[in-house]
Design a protein around this ligand. Structure first.
Ligand code: FE2
Length: 322
């Protein structure tokens, strides 16, 4: 039977009884084991927040390039600010040298953490650098911050589902994410007036190296696919108000590979597509900076996996132009 990406309504996890909580947690865990992706419904993120964030993101990307570049990411800086079209080549994560991705994006991270000394440690310049906000649109920053907090809340709710699905005690993940270093990217995949170069995609095939990724995506030609265990590419269904969830390398390592970090990519729109084909994705990378340790996830095994996964892939990332 061909692999599919399931759609799972998680609203019953917080509102339902113990039996429905168990059913939802098992379904989520099964999907993350089998293909590593699912589409969330009943996730609790306000549709208004998503639509208003999409609106302000579109207005940002529609600005003249010179205006967007006023918030440009520094060449050697951490992932904050605007990155122009074709400036990221994610194929380097797999040691491939395909043409650059056909996308532009704006990225930002944690904020409002005050004087907490955790955020001033040696890794802070990488994990918690200052955000670079555009001056236009004037409502961009508050909308982006509101979206970040809503996705932070969804991650918290999901961690409770994960704990049950993994047979962990309730609250196990609390101290693993209380200083999270999650980031958000607003990604614009523009119309393609010219044919892409051989091997060039909106986003080349890659693994996410974070804990989980949450994607609020629009329905436009040229979509997201994940590679199944048998090697075929599987379309991620487009569900109104749905949020795509996928496992990254960090969570795969934390679960000793019980859950799967899936190879995924974003296709180009068909050349014969009519009308606008541009696509906007609101991407939240939920992650933190260090590894947990517990009897449920033996530290030695976790460290071994994380070393093998992260050192190789992070070393490759360091080879990109950023
Ligand atoms: Fe990804």
């Amino acid at each position: 039977m061909a692999a599919t990406v399931p759609v799972i309504d998680i609203s019953g996890f917080t509102a339902g009884n113990e039996a429905s909580r168990a059913v939802i947690a098992t379904r989520v865990s099964s999907a993350l084991s089998e293909i590593g992706f699912l589409v969330l419904q009943g996730h609790g993120v306000s549709p208004t927040t998503i639509s208003e964030t999409r609106d302000v993101a579109w207005r940002f990307f529609d600005l003249p390039l010179t205006e967007k570049e006023r918030a440009r990411k520094p060449i050697k800086g951490a992932w904050r600010g605007y990155v122009t079209a074709e400036d990221e080549n994610i194929s380097y994560m797999l040691n491939e040298q395909l043409p650059p991705d056909l996308k532009e994006f704006f990225g930002f991270g944690q904020f409002g953490y005050g004087d907490d000394p955790y955020y001033r440690q040696s890794f802070a310049d990488v994990a918690f650098p200052p955000n670079i906000w555009p001056e236009q649109p004037v409502d961009f920053k508050p909308a982006a911050m509101g979206f970040y907090r809503e996705m932070e809340g969804l991650t918290e709710r999901l961690l409770r589902v994960f704990e049950k699905g993994l047979g962990l005690s309730e609250g196990f993940f609390c101290d693993k994410f209380n200083h999270h270093a999650s980031t958000v990217r607003f990604l614009n995949y523009p119309n393609q007036s010219e044919e892409a170069l051989p091997g060039q995609l909106r986003c080349a095939a890659h693994y996410d190296f974070t804990a989980i990724t949450l994607l609020a995506v629009g329905d436009a030609p040229g979509g997201l696919q994940v590679q199944s265990r048998s090697g075929e590419w599987v379309d991620i269904p487009s569900i109104p108000d749905g949020i795509v969830l996928n496992v990254g390398d960090l969570m795969a390592g934390w679960t000793n590979d019980r859950w799967r970090s899936g190879l995924h990519r974003v296709l180009n729109p068909p050349r014969d597509a009519r009308g606008s084909t541009r696509r906007l994705s609101l991407c939240t990378s939920s992650t933190r900076t260090t590894t947990p340790s517990s009897s449920a996830c033996p530290a030695a095994k976790m460290q071994s996996i994380l070393r093998s996964i992260h050192r190789s892939r992070l070393a490759n990332i360091a080879c990109t132009r950023f």
